[in-house]
Design a protein around this ligand. Structure first.
Ligand SMILES: [Zn+2]
Length: 429
């Protein structure tokens, strides 16, 4: 199975400076190539990866600053742009601004990256043109390296390797028949249908205030000044800390969920209203209650600091599920918070407050999130059991691996039944 391994790099000042430069060149190649694609489109023409790669090779003859950075990283940038444009359309792909994008570049040829262990804590990797880079080997690589991505997160540089670890998805989960519905929320990040909460505060109130102060300080500095650079670095550091906590929480929660359940049901997240949904009207006494108004809660800073990482939890769970044989599905979230899970009666008034659900019909009382999670599970079970005609294995997420195998056997048997008369040489009438 392909999996990621991320380590913190210990670059020499020269290497860090060079890495920054490579990131900058990749960014400008992205922007130039995107602008070129748009110019072509305005003239009703089209330019693709191959022509852009050819022009890049030509430009490298002319400009030393292009030639000095690893060529494969630039090519990879063009490939990434090509994929982004074909997936989202040339007009929806965004510029990479210097202030907002964190530098990142990929070395696509894993076979050419040598990795050596230096001692218990340190290892080094040889990257084209960057040379030997040291990193803290906090966990074993555990497989063959396919590619390496170098990126800066706040002040630190990291390398992440894409690794083929040779693991296979088990045929059956360790707990056959187990299932959980998952409700993601603000008051509790994750609520399970069995009444268990997974919760963590990613940024304490003081930290949120501190980030806001840093943001204001940054806004008062002049563009291009040293003071601005310092302020930006401080803010980036504060945000990176919150981001790490969120990633850690997502990984741990995903592990618990995937090892514990054979079927996990999430509510499908809205893609367009995500920004509005990240920080809904804060409850008094809850995190984020001091936010001045709803509009501010959608703004960039508050979004990055108050984000609960709902999407990330789902992604991490899907990643873990490959190792446990768990099936992860999503269902339409409509009415899950207003429906009584005992008699499936829908009434908006049943949701008495953020935390309390009391059915107006049968009087059933429960924690509102647990009730929602149970409804999500019910919907998920129905979805899971429904046969999908025409669904091919691998075309979408398989419902479960046993089912997929059974399907394959069934098709094989079918093929055999129809093929045999001809093979036997029975003459057609
Ligand atoms: Zn009821």
């Amino acid at each position: 199975m392909l999996t990621g391994r991320k380590y913190r790099l210990d670059l020499t000042p020269d290497q860090a400076e060079f890495a920054e430069r490579i990131g900058g060149v990749c960014r400008s190649v992205w922007n130039t190539a995107l602008e070129q694609r748009r110019t072509y489109r305005r003239r009703d023409a089209w330019i693709g990866y191959h022509e852009q790669a050819r022009q890049l090779a030509e430009a490298k003859q002319e400009f030393a600053w292009l030639a000095e950075v690893p060529g494969h990283c630039l090519q990879q940038t063009l490939i990434d742009l090509d994929q982004a444009c074909s997936r989202h359309g040339t007009w929806k792909v965004r510029w990479k601004s210097k202030a907002r994008t964190r530098p990142s570049f990929r070395f696509p040829e894993g076979a050419k990256i040598a990795i050596e262990r230096l001692n218990r804590r340190w290892a080094r990797a040889k990257l084209p043109k960057l040379g030997w880079v040291r990193f803290r080997i906090t966990r074993p690589l555990g497989g063959a390296v396919r590619n390496a991505t170098v990126s800066r997160d706040g002040t630190h540089w990291h390398v992440s390797f894409l690794v083929e670890d040779g693991a296979l998805t088990p045929q059956r989960h360790d707990h056959p028949g187990s299932a959980a519905g998952i409700d993601r929320g603000v008051a509790k990040v994750v609520t399970r249908s069995d009444g268990i909460f997974h919760h963590q505060v990613f940024a304490r109130e003081r930290e949120v205030e501190h980030a806001a102060t840093l943001q204001r300080r940054l806004a008062r500095t002049q563009k291009g000044s040293t003071r601005r650079e310092h302020a930006a670095a401080k803010l980036a550091k504060a945000l990176a800390k919150v981001r790490r906590r969120r990633a850690d929480f997502a990984a741990k929660t995903a592990h618990t969920l995937a090892t514990g359940f054979e079927l996990i049901v999430f509510e499908a997240l809205p893609t367009k209203n995500m920004t509005a949904a990240v920080a809904p009207k804060p409850d008094p006494g809850q995190q984020g209650a001091f936010l001045p108004n709803g509009a501010a809660s959608k703004s960039g800073l508050n979004r990055s600091i108050l984000d609960k990482g709902w999407h990330r939890i789902e992604l991490a769970t899907r990643g873990k599920a490959r190792y446990t044989g768990t099936c992860v599905i999503t269902v339409n979230p409509a009415y899950t918070s207003q429906t009584c899970n005992v008699r499936t009666v829908v009434d908006r008034k049943s949701r008495q407050s953020q935390a309390v659900f009391r059915c107006t019909s049968c009087g059933h009382t429960e924690h509102a999130d647990v009730n929602a999670a149970k409804n999500i599970l019910t919907a998920g079970r129905a979805e899971h059991a429904r046969p999908r005609p025409g669904a091919r294995a691998g075309a979408r997420k398989p419902r479960n691996h046993v089912g997929r195998k059974a399907n394959r056997q069934a098709t094989a048997a079918q093929g055999h039944a129809t093929a045999s008369p001809e093979l036997a040489g029975i003459p057609r009438p």
